[in-house]
Design a protein around this ligand. Structure first.
Ligand code: AVI
Length: 325
């Protein structure tokens, strides 16, 4: 049963940044080099569709590896979590990893998908409702990086379980990741926890192939941001004059996506002229790759204890159960 999120004024349209906010952020990010924009702007309707296609690519190992861990170790993960949990999926997207958890959890109290994209959210909520007609589904359209109140399920929950698959935490810079986790530990509260999917460090060639796939889908995903600037902000820019680049930042231990200017040019946005020299880039995303020890330290600083970790045989990816301390 899909319900409105009772008692939750946040439920509806805290979601999409409006064009004033987008313009202000874009002008801030492009005010001086090195230019950088928030990765959240990659996900308009087209960007979300392209991201779904990335997840199916052979080169993009994270999705299938995480799913294989969830399939293989789902029973153990469910035992670690326990029954009657309010399952809150942060950034649920198309909820394609939800079943792997919900199929095994003993009597979840309700399922709360949280996503900034209302279109994705409604479709995903309806799909989950069709599969689990007995389960209360309480969709919340919100930017989960900001505080939002949790809806109250009809059946009281024993605990709050935050579900954050897909290594989305990897897209936060390290101080932001720690702050975010600390807020989530507070949100989950005493007895609560988080099932987290987290990508791990590995061979750089494997990483770069995943972020610059031979089919060019990741390139289209990255360059779609330029299309968005044209469409939503009336930016005067030539998309063909920028190329997708993936780089590994050794110092930070992350893959970075950039849009590289192929020529000396000026881009006009909101009455501002932004100069580019050939080779100059806009950084559009960082995707941090953790070590298990490095992450444990970060989680502990944020108020979580890493209770259990599952990985694939090659240790490309991890699923972790964190308990609120
Ligand atoms: C959503 N996020 C975890 C993806 C990642 O791997 O950092 C986004 C992505 N960017 C390029 N490919 C996928």
């Amino acid at each position: 049963m899909v319900s409105d999120s009772r008692g939750s004024p946040a439920s509806l349209d805290q979601a999409r940044p409006d064009s004033d906010e987008l313009l202000a952020d874009v002008l801030r990010g492009l005010s001086e080099p090195p230019y950088a924009l928030s990765p959240k702007y990659l996900y308009d309707q087209r960007g979300s569709e392209l991201f779904d296609r990335i997840c199916d690519l052979e080169a993009y190992y994270p999705t299938r590896t995480e799913l294989s861990i969830l399939e293989e170790s789902g029973g153990e993960i469910a035992s670690a979590v326990g029954g009657e949990a309010l399952v809150v999926e942060l950034g649920s997207g198309s909820s394609n990893k939800t079943r792997a958890l919900l199929d095994r959890l003993p009597q979840p109290a309700a399922y709360v998908p949280v996503d900034i994209s209302r279109e994705h959210l409604e479709a995903a909520a309806a799909r989950i409702d069709g599969i689990y007609p007995e389960l209360e589904v309480l969709p919340v359209a919100a930017d989960y990086t900001r505080p939002f109140p949790l809806p109250r399920p009809t059946c009281p929950a024993e605990r709050t379980l935050l579900y954050f698959p897909g290594s989305t935490l990897g897209n936060f810079d390290l101080p932001d990741a720690e702050d975010f986790l600390a807020r989530q530990a507070e949100q989950a509260g005493s007895g609560g926890g988080m099932v987290l999917g987290l990508d791990l460090q590995k061979d750089v060639d494997v990483l770069l192939r995943a972020y610059d796939d031979p089919e060019g889908i990741t390139a289209a995903f990255n360059r779609n941001l330029l299309q968005r600037l044209r469409k939503e902000l009336g930016a005067d820019l030539d998309i063909e004059a920028f190329a997708h680049r993936a780089r590994f930042n050794e110092e930070l231990g992350c893959v970075e996506m950039h849009l590289e200017s192929l020529t000396d040019q000026e881009v006009r946005i909101g009455g501002h002229a932004i100069p580019f020299q050939t080779g100059q880039t806009i950084r559009t995303e960082r995707s941090y790759k953790y070590t298990l020890d490095g992450f444990r330290t970060l989680a502990e600083r944020a108020g979580f204890r890493v209770a259990q970790v599952w990985t694939d045989p090659a240790a490309y990816f991890s699923v972790q159960y964190l308990e609120v301390v």
